[in-house]
Design a protein around this ligand. Sequence first.
Ligand code: URP
Ligand code: ZN
Ligand code: ZN
Ligand code: ZN
Length: 469
Amino acid sequence: MLDTAIRNATIITAGDRYIAQIGIRNGRIITIAEDVGPAHEEIDATGLWVMPGGIDAHVHLEQPQGPNVVMADGFESGTRSAAAGGTTTVMPFALQQKGQSLREVVDAYHAAAKDKCHVDCSFHIIITDPTPQVLGQELPALVKAGYTSFKVFMTYDDMVLNDAQLLDVFDVARREKAMVMVHAEGYDAIRYMTRRLEEAGHTAPYFHAESRPESVEREATHRAISHAELTDVPIMIVHVSGREPMEQIQWAKRRGRKLYAETCPQYIALTANNLKGLNMDFEGAKYVCSPPPRDTDSQKAIWEGLRDGTFDIFSSDHCPFRFDDPKGKSVEGARTSFRWVPNGIPGIETRLPILFSEGIVKGRITPERFVALTATNPAKLFGMYPQKGTIAIGADADLTLWDPQRQVTISQSLMHHDCDYTPYEGMQVTGWPVRTILRGQTIMANGAITGTTDIGTYIDRGLSAAFTA
Ligand code: URP
Ligand code: ZN
Ligand code: ZN
Ligand code: ZN
């Protein structure tokens, strides 16, 4: 007998759409058929769409921010918010601070996550201190142990790598077959622009956007692509904000480079105008993230890229700071210059509904493409496929049931995160996740969290499809 049967489901995967029943036992899908037979638990999915649970391959939870700033979400509230938004696997970043060994970093992050996860979880590593010991021993050992991806930064005082360091990291990635995610913004150009804006008295949050225009992202994107060519390694450009960096990615893809790209909800649902707040006031700090949202032409470009394969994955870049909090957006100095406003916005819960509504319901992308961008491709590119990211026999029973007609006005009162605002307040969406199932267990039903924090497990990963395909 099955543990659970889902009846009358309109099943949508990256490649198919059909009506069938799904049979679940011991947390896995064991049958998909016209009639899967009796089960202990019955779920009637009439009128609902059943999609693979979302995989959010880019979130920041409980990431150290120096002495004065604290991230709004740790593992518990962050994964609770993920579950409420239809996401069943999250990939936060274990940050190496200068001087730390990577093993120490990863062990501490596991300790922070232990028994605190409503959904499954797997870590990327942020490399900020690529010493010979880190590159020669620690990183290779961790890739072999299943940490098959890491992130590097081309900007930020505490994290920036210079070109020589980037090349060295890329070289290790090729040898060890790891996926490198690149934050592509030019450090020196941002510092120059920041100084100039401050000298002119332009210090409001809006000027964060002016301090890092698209050309700064375009230049760094091109530089990262060139370094990846030199070292012959696939890389992923993350949080791409608009047309100009996209053109660099398209150029490289046309030349046959194995290059991957990610974009995020803020680049389809926000613009730099949001950073103006109400008449250039501090309200704009709610939208300060990097790269910043651009303009409506960029949004149009992003949609083209989501359709035509320029983008491979769609992640939240959830990076929450409380607005009304001296350890968040309102940190000391933030009102004197945008330079001190912590970068990042919440979005782990709203990622899928925004793409569903703005993408599928408005006819910009198909439901199959939605699944590819939000579940199947991240699973493949980060070494979790086919355990995760699809609806197939043998796969984990990670499923999200959608009411494609449900109309919701996004508001902070609906959110399950520990941030004190949502940047999408008041946005009307059609289509909402009404049940989230993690390895066969319902962890969210009609907005209520029904799972516990010991349900989520750590996922050891294999190689990225970038190295196996
Ligand atoms: O502003 C952002 N995106 N903060 C998060 C850190 C990052 O660069 O992804
Ligand atoms: Zn039984
Ligand atoms: Zn980044
Ligand atoms: Zn990020």
